[in-house]
Design a protein around this ligand. Structure first.
Ligand code: P6P
Length: 346
């Protein structure tokens, strides 16, 4: 297949090239990724005109997390359920917005894939026109039984076959990995196509940015407080002193309050996002399957790393679809340093 000029390479041709790398590929995976990109285009259209039609604001309902459901949350969730639910490739769908997974009787289809997604992360920012995002992880079913069950669903991040996110910001970008590098595509609304704009994204080993909600500082453990202090002032390993601000060795704080936006900026520029445990959220706030694990696959694919403070996020086997984990994710050197510091202190 002659390759389209890079600046005109659509995500579809990129996925087809991937498929050609796996002669045994049945096209199911390609079709599934295409469905996800279609859902992203539909959501992007609504997000971009949210200020113009009456879908801004809350529905008044609460989701399984006890969070107020924004109208766009509900819309995005329904788009994913419709776009993925009618295809035979998917046997289980899990959504941050649904208490229970959706088991699909994909009669006649392969039903090979499990998709877990956060349809619209950061949605509390919608009314203020701040970037929001979609996050998804794709696993292959383990069982060859006719009926799949939670055993097929509750798989570690390292078992993902693909993962990605969409950021609805100044432009809409689709970033994904299927194990062969991390690639970013920017939506050209005039064409309705995602065009390759960031091929083989790699993230700097260390960065100058840290992203954390410092309002929770009083609720962190002393170890986490010390680690964040050292991030701020710079950790001069030679002198062992950490309270003396070493000029310029510390990082700058950037915290949007929208994980996909903070993660995406740190991925491109270098840096680290932290959501440590607090007294009220002893396992942190973020969900393993629909947030931490997919972004961990992206981070690792770009040369970064993700940890819960003790171990690689990708190694954690979920006990429940909505399992929450502490999250330290981004530049490998920064995250490994934190994991090392927190592991030392037990
Ligand atoms: P806090 C949004 O609700 C979210 O899940 C992430 O997008 C974001 O990084 C985080 O929570 C913000 O949480 O507690 O700082 O408001």
């Amino acid at each position: 297949m002659t390759q389209a000029p890079k600046n005109l390479q659509t995500i579809e041709t990129h996925i087809l090239e991937l498929q050609s790398m796996h002669p045994s590929a049945s096209g199911d995976f390609t079709g599934l990724l295409s469905d996800i990109t279609f859902a992203a285009k539909v959501i992007s259209r609504e997000v971009n005109k949210a200020g113009l039609v009456d879908i801004i604001g809350a529905t008044g309902d609460q989701n399984v997390q006890g969070e107020v459901v924004q109208k766009l949350d509900e819309f995005a969730n329904n788009v994913f359920l419709k776009c993925l639910g009618t295809r035979n490739q998917v046997c289980i769908m899990g959504s941050e917005e649904l208490a229970e997974p959706v088991f699909i009787d994909s009669e006649g289809g392969s039903g090979n894939y499990i998709v877990v997604f956060d349809p619209l992360d950061g949605s509390s920012n919608i009314d203020a026109n701040v970037s929001v995002g979609t996050i998804f992880g794709i696993w292959k079913r383990k069982s060859r039984r006719n009926k799949v069950d939670k055993e097929d669903l509750l798989q570690a991040g390292c078992e993902q076959v693909a993962a990605g996110y969409v950021i609805y910001g100044s432009s809409t970008m689709f970033v994904y990995t299927a194990g062969h590098g991390v690639h970013g595509f920017t939506l050209d609304p005039s064409l309705g196509e995602f065009l390759l704009s960031h091929e083989h994204i790699t993230t700097p080993f260390t960065g100058k940015i840290y992203s954390v909600n410092e309002a929770y500082e009083p609720q962190w453990s002393p170890e986490v407080r010390e680690v964040v202090r050292q991030i701020k002032y710079g950790h001069d390993t030679k002198s062992q002193r950490t309270d003396a601000p070493t000029s310029g060795a510390g990082k700058s704080t950037r915290y949007i309050g929208s994980l996909v936006a903070d993660f995406h900026r740190n991925l491109l520029y270098g840096g680290i996002y932290l959501y440590p445990p607090t007294k009220n959220k002893t396992q942190g706030k973020l969900r393993l399957m629909c947030e931490a694990a997919p972004l961990a696959m992206i981070a690792e694919g770009a040369g970064g790393y993700a940890s819960d403070g003790k171990q690689n996020i990708m190694d954690i086997v979920p006990t429940d679809m909505h399992m929450r984990v502490p999250l330290y994710i981004g530049s490998r050197g920064d995250v490994m340093w934190i994991e090392n510091e927190l592991s030392k202190k037990g």
